[in-house]
Write a protein that binds this ligand. Structure first.
Ligand code: 4FV
Length: 258
């Protein structure tokens, strides 16, 4: 059963970045998910196939017209229903949306399908949000030129959670945000690079010690770089072992700092 994704966009070719490259391309070829795009311009009524107009009340820029979007979304719903998906979600990517995070991605990955609405210009007619949109999601508190890049961030992060999408080789990084810790440092050949050596513990073959070191590094890096995540970690619950490892790390750090 494929995860069905329909994307409403004026630039369908942008989605090639998902279907033609890397892990998402392989998952698409293996039908772990299926992507369909709908261009609102194909539903525009006039000869110029107009999809935007100036905002009522004045102001800069243009706003996307309701009708072409409404029809594109309706066609996407019809396709998903034909695939047996009765419960789809229409998600509008916008700066007004809920900030995307790992928890949200896990929740959405449990759906059977979703319809992603990509805005352009200043945004879309509010009546489409009222009539058709179930959720608004933002990838960050900044403005980009269109919803397509945000939609692809969402698709990529969800597809990685789908069974069979990740081969064993590329599974590790999943757990980091799963337990609110940053990833441990990674090293590969050569052992010495321009005078910098790989931490000897990683060459020891002692996997218990290596995992302990990696956990300590994840805790330490999170303490240094993302104390906000560490707060979530404490709320989620931190083990005695983890507390001890972090204290040890802080000692070495403080020792080095002073
Ligand atoms: C955005 C974000 C975003 C707003 C106007 C597209 C732009 C333009 N989408 N997370 N941040 N969208 O900036 O999702 O239409």
């Amino acid at each position: 059963m494929s995860f069905e994704i329909d994307v409403i966009t004026l630039f369908p070719d942008m989605l090639d970045a998902i279907t033609k490259y890397g892990i998402t391309s392989r998952a698409s070829k293996n039908e772990i998910f299926r992507l369909h795009t709908w261009n609102p311009r194909h539903f525009a009524k006039d000869n110029y196939r107009t999809v935007d107009d100036s905002p009522y009340g004045g102001g800069p820029g243009m706003v996307m017209l309701a009708q072409p979007l409404d029809e594109a979304i309706t066609h996407a719903r019809t396709r998903q229903l034909a695939e047996g998906i009765n419960e789809t979600k229409v998600i509008y990517l916008s700066p007004q949306g809920e900030l995307l995070n790992h928890e949200k991605i896990l929740q959405l990955s449990k759906l059977r399908g979703m319809i992603l609405l990509c805005g352009r210009y200043e945004g879309i007619d509010e009546r489409i949000i009222m009539r058709q949109v179930d959720e608004e999601i933002s990838i960050g508190n900044y403005v980009i030129s269109g919803g397509e890049l945000a939609a692809m961030v969402l698709i990529d992060s969800i597809v990685r959670q789908l069974p069979g999408a990740l081969g064993s080789a590329d599974s590790a990084s999943e757990d980091s945000f799963a337990n609110n810790l940053l990833e441990y440092p990674q090293y590969t050949r050569p052992e010495i690079y321009r005078g910098d050596a790989v931490p000897p513990i990683l060459l020891s073959g002692d996997h218990a010690k290596i995992n302990r070191w990696r956990l300590q590094q994840s805790l330490g890096k999170t303490w240094l770089k993302r104390p906000d995540l560490l707060d979530l970690k404490y709320k989620q619950g931190i083990s005695k072992e983890e507390e001890k490892l972090l204290e040890e790390f802080k000692q070495t750090k403080n020792f080095r700092i002073n």
